[in-house]
Design a protein around this ligand. Structure first.
Ligand SMILES: C[S@@+](CC[C@H](N)C(=O)[O-])C[C@H]1O[C@@H](n2cnc3c(N)ncnc32)[C@H](O)[C@@H]1O
Length: 248
């Protein structure tokens, strides 16, 4: 069974905001470097969620505007970054003027957008020569326990997440589309590793008994897999995929 209902799941993030903020990884410095070329001053973090990428951008001293449609995610973001400029809005209707930013970043969210409409809106708000930076954190499935963890989640979902691994195609307004992979580790407790499974979009909309059963299967894996049993800190290996494209 395919459990991916796009609209329902895009909206699901409102309900999982606390857990999302607590256990989802942030982004490594090498990825932030790629997103902020020299001379960038005004940055839009689109689909900013709870602010996992936003906070790393703010820490670099640039002016950051965050746009996020889900109320629960936005509330977390405002609490974490009270000085940030935050707006309700979507990628398909960005609440910013034309040619008003040097960089648009989208972390872990481009696959939720209507790509054609979002590309047109991003091209509108970027200054000529500005940068679109798309980021995804993928667990490194070359590591056997990570592959087993991912297989459990995909099995419950009826398959891997749609379009998550697809190459983005932002269209003719953009040039120089480049992909760079950054490898790093995010350290979690075993309990956090179980809770991480519950932040997947489809898991947020499962009926409570099915969600509990899934998390129990994940807990069994985390406590009994030979590479994990007995650990009190688990280094979760990630490959962060960074796509950059330049506005013509
Ligand atoms: C997986 S979260 C990523 C959040 C944040 N960028 C991060 O890296 O943690 C995906 C986010 O995309 C947002 N989203 C979904 N559809 C969207 C759309 N059409 N326009 C803007 N944001 C959207 C969701 O509300 C959610 O906050």
């Amino acid at each position: 069974m395919d459990r991916y209902d796009h609209a329902e799941q895009a909206a699901s993030f409102t309900h999982g905001a606390d857990e999302y903020a607590a256990v989802r990884p942030g982004y490594p410095d090498a990825a932030i470097d790629l997103l902020l070329p020299g001379g960038a001053h005004d940055v839009l973090d689109l689909a900013a969620g709870t602010g996992k990428l936003t906070e790393s951008l703010v820490a670099r001293g640039v002016r950051v505007v965050a746009v996020e449609p889900a109320d629960g995610m936005r509330a977390q973001l405002v609490a974490a970054l009270p000085d940030a400029e935050v707006h309700a809005g979507t990628a398909e209707a960005i609440p910013l003027p034309d040619a008003s930013v040097d960089v648009v970043t989208v972390a872990q969210a481009w696959h939720w957008f209507d790509e054609r409409a979002a590309s047109a809106e991003v091209a509108r708000v970027l200054r000529p020569g500005g940068l679109l930076g798309l980021v995804w954190n993928d667990r490194d499935d070359d590591v056997p326990w990570v592959a087993a963890y991912g297989a459990l989640l995909d099995e419950a979902a009826g398959g891997p997440p749609p379009a998550h691994g697809a190459h983005p195609t932002p269209g003719d307004a953009f040039t120089d589309v480049l992909r760079t992979d950054v490898r790093w580790e995010h350290v979690l407790t075993p309990d956090e590793l179980v809770r991480l499974a519950g932040t997947r979009s489809y898991a947020l909309v499962l009926p409570p008994d099915e969600r509990a059963a899934l998390l129990e299967r994940v807990r069994t894996l985390v406590t009994t897999h030979p590479d994990l049993a007995g650990l009190d800190r688990v280094p979760v290996p990630y490959v962060t995929r960074v796509y950059t494209a330049r506005r013509r």
